[in-house]
Design a protein around this ligand. Structure first.
Ligand code: Z2T
Length: 805
């Protein structure tokens, strides 16, 4: 859109006055933020309405991305950027003697997700709008987001995230679009005169699902898509017998996000949440479709529904329910429509994260849905036992072992199933969904994850963005593949120095931020070595920690090395004791290193509390090294690896998830690979001959490091050190930390050496930035659109390379 600085100044002052009846000089940052957000929303309103009208008029096929998590990050700056008025607004604010960054920082960061899965969902929303795809989000409006993390005496404590305290200016409540979701009770199936079954619900608990819509603004294209978040409320005419307790139970449904990343707690409230937003979404999609169509026959040509992991997998039986019970479609036709509409992404191979629900709980809470799952199960068995045998079908039917098995249900009820990086997609076919792959091989495909360079470079890394503009022009802002132009400057000594200077500037900025937030002074000339992701044993923050302890001992022995600053950001699930113990030890090691004048010239450790999207925007631009060190075969994809690469950090990585794609993109010389491969680890499992203790006994450095966990040398830890020591030695080190220790140290030593040659380092950083464009989520959603959702016309150039997992 077009907006001059002068126009903006007038409209902004006017908005502030209307809102607060005061001149802008008297307003707090929060008030200025509210005024600016509301003004921005007023700019969004018309294109939002227009986009919706256009989709309806042109009968565009629409995608609905169902996800129990969305992590959009702060929206003001990205909305201004995408509208194309960020520069004018910032200039206007400065002319008013205001500080844009201070105003942007007043926005609460909606933590409606745990980590990668939720952030990916939001990246896809941004990308779909930006490539002009009709993509809608469907999720939950959690009253409280992911807990705020604080450290008390080095221990993680969790505080409630009251993110809507000041309201959420980007949402609009759509009371007129509310639907009712039914729980519990019992079902009566009664043949009716017209021949179809009448389904009568008795004694249900009814919940009103009220949608709140959030605009998803496309980049410089006038498109504004919709993210619909549902809130649970008591029914309007609840009647005199409706108790406060009942009201309370309803409010609970959308009260809080479950804080588990890659883990399944199996709680009934979680099942309620899943059905709540799924049923509300399906009902509203069907209702909207039926306003302009008098049958459901063409539904699958207008609607694609994507199931982000299995949390919304009830969309399958729910759509069957609506088609049959409300729309009187027969089973076979309903199933044909459902299969064509639904597609499913798996995000993990970890068995503890695979959702299963006890049949008792499931059937009690969702009696009609359970009947339909039983029928899906019955027909699946009938169709495939003859060809594949009872034993195999028993393993993979939707019902088994007294459980509803959601990944199997999702695979059986979708026309497409994908993993999120090639290795992950291969392992899905080989292990977790092996039997279903035998039956439905054509459904399986890969879609490598992506990120949005708009947020991570244009917003997060202004100094780099400006340097790029100067050197290669601004085309990369529209098409990140244009970053490849950087290769032309690989021998441009001046440019390489500029690149290093940009990094140095970002490091000074982060150093300031660290000082302001945790009151720790860090040396901006150190190597900034970053590991930012949820805390989980398979991600092996512990391997990084053991590397730090080894460095500590080496420095104590008198070794000199370039100074390294290790930066961690990680929340642990509140119930994940082992992860919390690792946090405590990290914080203890940080203190030990910091307070030792022999060591602190060479080594520093900072664990920043409350890592999230907005903190990532500050850390990533300053990173020299990106630690992506999961046990091979365990990290489905990873996405912080892509973000850090695009900021020119060198990746220190195992051959896992999308690290392998990064290696293929930049070449072996521009990434630091170490550790066992997935194949080698599978070999250990098969033979059953991994003995972590052998590594401890053979390697004196490892021996010394592990002993530190229990010999009292790290002040302030007791049981934590012992528990970790035991996990590694008595319980045989489930994640092969000890097996990878030596090669991890060797890779680190190579990085230390490389850092002595700044120009060579800069060349490698350049190649990483240049090749990061391929990981733009814009391309990812286009591949989903072409190959799964069928919302993009197939063109001859499509090589279909991504369909081969
Ligand atoms: C999650 O963030 C991821 C997987 C999950 O499995 C759950 C959550 Cl909350 C159920 C992550 C993966 O661990 C990560 O490798 C991947 O990059 C990300 O999803 C997005 O696909």
């Amino acid at each position: 859109m077009a907006l001059t600085k002068e126009q903006f100044i007038t409209e902004f002052k006017d908005m502030a006055l209307k809102l607060y009846a005061a001149p802008i000089e008297d307003l707090s940052s929060q008030q200025l933020y509210q005024a600016l957000a509301l003004l921005t929303r007023s700019y969004i309103a018309q294109p939002w309405a227009d986009t919706k009208e256009r989709y309806d008029e042109e009968e565009t096929k629409q995608v609905f991305y169902f996800s129990i998590e969305f992590l959009p990050g702060r929206l003001l700056q990205s909305n201004l950027l995408n509208l194309g008025i960020l520069d004018e607004v910032e200039a206007g604010l400065e002319e008013l003697d205001l500080h844009p960054q201070k105003i942007f920082a007043a926005e609460a960061d909606p933590g409606l997700g745990n980590g990668g899965l939720g952030r990916l969902a939001s990246a896809f929303m941004d990308a779909m709008a930006s490539v002009g795809m009709a993509g809608n989000g469907n999720g939950i409006r959690y009253q409280y987001g992911l807990f705020k993390q604080a450290f008390v005496n080095g221990y993680q404590v969790e505080l409630p995230d009251d993110w809507m305290r000041n309201g959420f200016p980007w949402e609009t409540r759509k009371e007129n679009r509310a639907v009712t979701v039914k729980f519990g009770g019992w079902v009566e199936l009664r043949p009716s005169r017209s021949g179809h079954l009448r389904v009568i619900y008795h004694n249900t608990d009814d919940v009103l699902a009220v949608p709140y819509d959030v605009a998803m603004v496309g980049y410089h294209n006038g498109v504004v898509n919709n993210l619909r978040l549902w809130s649970a409320e008591a029914p309007i005419n609840a009647g005199p017998h409706f108790t406060l307790e009942q009201r309370e139970r309803i409010n609970q449904i959308t009260q809080i996000l479950y804080p588990d990343d890659s883990d399944n707690a199996g709680k009934e409230l979680r099942l309620r949440q899943e059905y709540f937003f799924t049923s509300a979404g399906i009902q509203s999609i069907v209702r909207h479709y039926r306003r302009t169509h008098n049958s459901m026959a063409g539904f699958a040509d207008r609607v694609a529904i994507h199931i982000n992991d299995t949390h919304p997998a009830m969309a399958i039986p729910e759509l069957m329910r609506v088609l049959m019970d409300d729309e009187h479609v027969g089973w076979d036709e309903a199933w044909r429509i459902t299969l064509k509409v639904m597609s499913y992404t798996n995000h993990t191979l970890l068995s503890e994260a695979l959702e299963v629900w006890p049949i008792d709980m499931f059937s009690g809470l969702l009696p009609r849905i359970y009947q339909i799952v039983q029928e899906i199960d019955r027909r699946f068995r009938l169709a495939f036992v003859p060809q594949f045998g009872q034993a195999m079908i028993d393993r993979i039917a939707p019902l088994g072992n007294g459980q509803v098995r959601m990944a199997y249900l999702a695979t059986i009820g979708s026309h497409a199933v994908n993993g999120v990086a090639p290795l992950h997609s291969e392992l899905l076919k080989k292990d977790v969904l092996h039997d279903l792959f035998q039956i439905f091989p054509e459904r399986f495909n890969n879609k490598t994850n992506g990120i949005t360079p708009r947020r991570w470079i244009q917003i997060g890394d202004r100094p780099l963005a400006h340097l790029l503009d100067k050197k290669i022009g601004t085309a990369w802002r529209q098409n990140p593949l244009a970053l490849r132009k950087l290769h032309d400057y690989i021998d441009d000594t001046r440019f390489l120095a500029d690149l290093n200077a940009t990094k140095a500037e970002n490091k000074r900025e982060l150093a300031k931020y660290i000082d302001q937030t945790v009151h720790v002074k860090v040396d901006p000339d150190a190597i900034f070595d970053v590991q930012i992701k949820r805390l989980h044993a398979y991600k092996r923050q512990l391997l990084h920690l053991l590397g730090i302890l080894d460095a500590y001992l080496a420095i104590k022995r008198g070794e000199k090395r370039p100074k390294r600053l290790h930066i961690f950001g990680a929340k642990a699930a509140p119930s994940y004791v082992y992860a919390k113990e690792i946090i405590k030890v990290m914080n203890a090691v940080a203190d030990m290193v910091d307070s030792d004048p022999e060591v602190s010239p060479y080594l520093q450790v900072v664990f920043l509390p409350n890592y999230g999207v907005s903190m990532a925007e500050k850390i990533i631009p300053a990173a020299d090294i990106s630690e992506q060190i999961s046990t091979a075969g365990k990290e489905a994809s990873g996405t912080s690896n892509m973000k850090l690469m695009s900021a020119g950090a060198l990746t220190l990585a195992t051959l896992d998830g999308a690290n392998i794609e990064i290696k293929n993109a930049v070449g072996d010389d521009n990434i630091e690979i170490f550790g066992l491969t997935e194949k080698e680890i599978a070999g250990y499992y098969q033979r059953g001959d991994y003995r972590s203790r052998d590594f401890y006994e053979k390697d004196p450095r490892l021996h010394a490091v592990l002993d530190m966990l229990v010999n009292g040398k790290i002040p302030g830890i007791e049981t934590e050190g012992r528990d970790i020591y035991n996990a590694l030695l008595m319980y045989n080190d489930e994640y092969f930390v000890l097996a990878d220790f030596e090669s991890y140290l060797a890779a680190n030593a190579r990085l230390d050496k490389l850092y002595q040659q700044p120009e060579l380092w800069a060349k490698k950083a350049l190649v990483n930035i240049a090749e990061s464009g391929r990981f733009s989520a814009d391309f990812t959603v286009q591949r989903y659109g072409r190959e799964i959702w069928h919302v993009i016309p197939q063109t001859p150039e499509d090589d279909g390379s991504d369909t081969e997992a």
